[in-house]
Ligand binder design. Structure first.
Ligand code: AMP
Length: 283
């Protein structure tokens, strides 16, 4: 696997490859890799001549300094995992490579309500920073297609809108959520759960699956109420939201009949670890 730390070196390599007609699949990550990340790489590899993974813990998308500091960093293990997975190129830039002082980085996207609801309501500035870095990384890498996880459904929806706003021809591919054996969505944050909270965390996925089961007999409001009640009754849990939304506009749904694409999204604090998950109810 080739590892680049400098923008210039990566660009040189990618442009040479693309000039010979090769396609490039790109999966941006913040490292502390797990099988969920590797599934993006696998998809990128399967559909392209070259896979590029980036590891960059983007400071502009953390709304809490503490969260940025606590974010797990395991570069050696990440390199080993990517090598074993057969990834072609790893881009590991420093903050000044991504945000050089002499370059004005675009940060004036307008997402309407997409970045105001759910995660946007609880993590002010998060999506602004996320869109800024994804746009910047796309500018640097110039991939053919982009691989992102359904795990961060709202993020992916916003990136789709960002690609529209920039008239980008990059194809966005949504990859399924990879879960632990007990159903907990894989996340770099899971390692910070206490062993007791780790066991209880399975209830998040359980609640989402129950929501799907109830769809034919209950309204979104009824499902939401039952889900929040269940989640908040779990020791050490504090649910921030459980929303049933249209998968394109992210508007809360009054009735399932009003859309062809419905998604239930949830965020829960388990102790001091914030976990998110979602399920596609209808598509
Ligand atoms: P992160 O490193 O958490 O910023 O995630 C990088 C990419 O991996 C994002 O597109 C995530 O949606 C995706 N991802 C994270 N966890 C999972 C998972 N459990 N299954 C599939 N994709 C995931």
């Amino acid at each position: 696997m080739l590892i680049f730390k400098r923008v210039k070196d990566l660009q040189e390599y990618v442009s040479t490859q693309k000039s010979t007609g090769k396609t490039v699949g790109f999966a941006p990550t913040m490292g502390a890799l797990h099988k969920g990340h590797l599934s993006l790489i696998e998809e990128a590899k399967n559909r392209n001549d070259i896979s590029v993974c980036s590891i960059f813990v983007n400071p502009t998308q953390f709304n809490e300094e503490g969260d940025l500091k606590k974010y797990p960093r395991t570069p050696e293990k990440d390199i080993e995992m990517l090598t074993t997975a057969g990834n072609d190129v790893l881009f590991m830039p420093t903050v000044t490579e991504v945000y050089p002082p002499n370059i004005q980085i675009k940060n004036d996207f307008e997402f309407g309500q997409l970045d105001k609801v759910m995660e946007g309501a609880f993590r002010p500035g998060h999506f602004e920073g996320m869109a800024q870095v994804v746009n910047r990384l796309l500018e640097i890498v110039q991939p053919t297609s982009l691989y992102m996880g359904q795990k961060d459904f709202q993020q992916l929806t916003i990136v789709r809108d960002m690609l529209r706003q920039t008239n980008s021809d990059v194809e966005l591919v949504m990859c399924s959520i990879i879960r632990e054996e007990d159903g907990l969505a894989m996340s770099s944050r899971n390692v910070r759960l206490t062993s007791e909270n780790r066991k209880l965390a399975v209830i998040i996925n359980e609640t989402l699956r129950e929501a799907k089961e109830k769809m034919d007999t209950a309204s979104p409001a009824m499902i939401k109420e039952a889900a929040l009640e269940k989640l908040n009754s779990v020791p050490n849990f504090k649910a921030e939201y459980f929303d049933i939304v249209d998968g394109v506009t992210l508007s809360a749904l009054d009735r399932f009949e009003d859309t062809t694409f419905a998604v239930a999204c949830v965020a829960v604090w388990s102790g001091d670890v914030r976990l998110i998950d979602n399920i596609i109810l209808k598509n």
